[in-house]
Write a protein that binds this ligand. Structure first.
Ligand SMILES: [Zn+2]
Length: 101
């Protein structure tokens, strides 16, 4: 979504510049209001895309990860949910114990 907006905005900005040059060369006159409409539209898309990508990253950090075993959300900084964290620790401990003997 954010990437598409950034691409669209970039395209519109390029289009406005192309329009400016083409209108100047081909028609000898430029509809400045049209140019500004395309250019500001492109700039707005880029700004929105940047905002969305920043917000998306913030949301991802807030939502956090999900447990790779059950897919449940886990607290920030954790890899497994409470249940599977304990299970993983137990398994690790068993593994160590078995290897030790
Ligand atoms: Zn889990």
């Amino acid at each position: 979504m954010a990437g598409a907006l950034l691409r669209l905005g970039g395209f519109l900005i390029v289009a406005s510049v192309v329009y400016l040059a083409a209108a100047q060369v081909l028609a000898g006159t430029v509809h400045r209001s049209l140019f500004w409409m395309i250019a500001t539209g492109g700039a707005a898309c880029v700004a929105l895309g940047l905002l969305l990508s920043i917000a998306g990253r913030g949301m991802a950090a807030m939502v956090g990860r999900s447990c790779p075993r059950c897919g449940r959300r886990v607290a920030r900084g954790r890899v497994y949910c409470e249940e599977h964290l304990q299970a993983t620790i137990n398994e690790y401990r068993d593994h160590q114990r078995n290897r030790g003997v």
